[in-house]
Design a protein around this ligand. Structure first.
Ligand code: SF4
Ligand code: MG
Length: 331
């Protein structure tokens, strides 16, 4: 299917007192209806900034350059009025923190109904009916009664369901979920991810999942972009990423992925050092200071920035690394 969201050559730079600070450079991704595209990286990798940029939600000191097509329509440069009509309607963003997305002083039913009324000319009664239907759909038991309850009367997991109901009430084409389950315990996380998958199957929503959790990504994503220091490190199908990871950073992340069959290893044992701020990298590979393979390449890792390049014979699978072959796995 044709992508419903296409982001091409996204650059985000923050103007600060200390100067220009790049947060994302040259990011491309697209997602088709009913598909899930995951953006993976550590905090500070630029994954959240990228999604906020797509939504037009960055502060005024952020300079965003990109082509963002939603259903073929360019989003960057739209007036704030036009953006308001699209945001929450055609494209929605769900954060990890359900509490901050909800107003403590209004019942959840009222809030979901208002989200609907913002984009539909319907009576309050009709909107509330729709809200109750959505709350029921996302698995709130006795939705008609619970619609009258306030956010603090729900558990964290149920609250996240309410937020998802609110996100879906206008039947968006694209749902961007930024660490939607991070604040929840493991069992509830799995339930919420299953809910997102069910919803996606039912409505054909395109899902952009921002996550640092490779376990979640492996389960639900179709395609994956791994970001490091504001840049693309690797991109491909979930299969490519998990079975044929080509970038040393991705391999490190995979080594850091908790598995049920082996005791957890501290991440620093796998990837020594910490990510640089995107602005501090001027030449060469941003991963070079932490890369266990750089010595195999030599000078080039320091002097020349690697760009995403297709893996030979693998079609869509691309990695930004000068090491021409898949590194020997030394996890
Ligand atoms: Fe490591 Fe060099 Fe590849 Fe960067 S380009 S990931 S430093 S081998
Ligand atoms: Mg899916």
């Amino acid at each position: 299917p044709r992508p419903v969201l296409e982001v091409a050559d996204l650059h985000v730079t923050f103007k600060t007192e200390a100067g220009l600070v790049p947060a994302a450079s040259g990011i491309d991704f697209s997602v088709a209806p009913g598909r899930t595209f995951a953006i993976v990286g550590e905090s500070g990798s630029g994954k959240s900034v990228s999604s906020a940029a797509v939504m037009g939600l960055l502060p005024p000191n952020a300079d965003v350059r990109s082509e963002v097509l939603l259903d073929g329509r360019e989003l960057i440069g739209l007036s704030s009025e036009e953006l308001r009509r699209i945001r929450g309607n055609d494209i929605v963003l769900v954060f990890q923190d359900a509490l901050s997305a909800l107003n403590p002083y209004y019942s959840v039913g009222w809030q979901v109904a208002e989200a609907y009324r913002l984009h539909h000319d319907v009576s309050k009664k009709e909107a509330l009916k729709r809200a109750v239907r959505m709350l029921d759909l996302v698995g709130i038991p006795s939705a008609e009664q619970r619609a009258k309850a306030y956010p603090h009367e729900f558990s964290g997991g149920m609250r996240q369901r309410v937020v998802i109901a609110m996100a879906l009430v206008n039947d968006p084409k694209v749902l961007i979920a930024d660490e939607p389950t991070t604040a929840l315990d493991v069992t509830v996380q799995a339930q919420i991810m299953r809910l997102l998958e069910d919803v996606q199957a039912e409505f054909g929503t395109a899902l952009v999942l921002i996550s640092h959790d490779l376990g979640v990504v492996a389960e639900v994503a179709d395609d994956v972009l791994v970001m490091y220091a504001g840049r693309a490190a690797e991109r491909g199908s979930v299969k490519d990423l998990f079975h044929r990871a080509a970038h040393p950073y991705s391999l490190g992340l995979l080594g850091a992925m908790p598995r049920v069959d082996v005791p957890p290893r501290p991440r620093l044992a796998t990837i020594p050092g910490s990510p640089p701020s995107p602005g501090s990298i001027t030449t060469g590979c941003p991963f070079q200071p932490r890369c266990a393979y750089a010595h195999l390449v030599g000078e080039r890792c320091i002097t020349e920035r690697p760009e995403l390049t297709p893996r030979p014979g693998e079609g869509y699978h691309e990695a930004a690394c000068h090491l021409g072959r898949r590194p020997e796995v030394m996890l």
